[in-house]
Write a protein that binds this ligand. Structure first.
Ligand code: GRF
Length: 191
């Protein structure tokens, strides 16, 4: 008997490199999962084109829609979404969504949490803060999402050196390599 793959939605606001890696890794024949939907709050986000190229439906959901529980729960039911992946999604997730996906919503953060987490700590702001602090190590944290921002159960951390010559760009590049290596596998482990 074949079991139906678990449907995944990826929430992303940016270029979508993480989303693309996850789709390529998960949407293979015989996989236990299927990325069914990409949800973005930005109509100019690169992730939308990547989803299209990979044959995954996408939808733009602005802040009002994201916070409209009737709308969101209906959308997620329609696509039978069981797992939510936050891959550079910049809007605050409302509590009703966190509850719907309890233990099944995962986020990636580009630092070794709890360091450099919390409000305002996203994207390059994180790398700039790491460089300013003089840390000699940074990395990524992949964690479950709960109502405490950047504080859910950690599933994986991976680290890399911060070099004295680093700029935010060079550090970001190293961090993105870690993301590409680990995120899709952690998503797969949730299946
Ligand atoms: C990644 O660096 C991720 O850690 C952060 O936002 C960035 C998203 O990049 N939360 P992309 O859109 O996946 O290219």
């Amino acid at each position: 008997m074949t079991t139906m793959p678990k449907h995944i939605a990826i929430f992303a606001s940016g270029s979508g490199s993480n989303a693309e890696n996850i789709i390529r890794h998960i949407n293979r024949p015989q996989s236990k999962g299927l990325v069914k939907l990409v949800i973005s709050n930005r109509s100019d986000a690169g992730v939308l084109q990547r989803a299209k190229d990979l044959g995954v439906d996408s939808i733009i959901v602005d802040k009002d829609k994201l916070n409209d529980s009737d709308y969101m729960l209906r959308l997620l039911e329609k696509h039978r979404i069981e797992i939510a992946v936050l891959a550079g999604f910049l809007l605050m997730i409302p509590p009703f969504l966190i509850h719907r996906f309890e233990g099944r919503m995962v986020n990636i953060h580009p630092s070794l949490l709890p360091k450099f987490g919390g409000k305002g700590m996203f994207g390059r702001h994180v790398h700039e803060a790491v460089l300013k602090s003089g840390e000699t190590e940074s990395g990524i944290t992949i964690h479950l999402v709960n109502e405490e921002y950047d504080r859910g159960q950690i599933l994986l951390q991976a680290s890399c050196p911060v070099k004295p010559t680093d700029t935010a760009d060079s550090l970001e590049k190293r961090i993105r390599e870690l993301e590409a290596k680990h995120f899709a596998r952690v998503v797969e482990s949730l299946l």
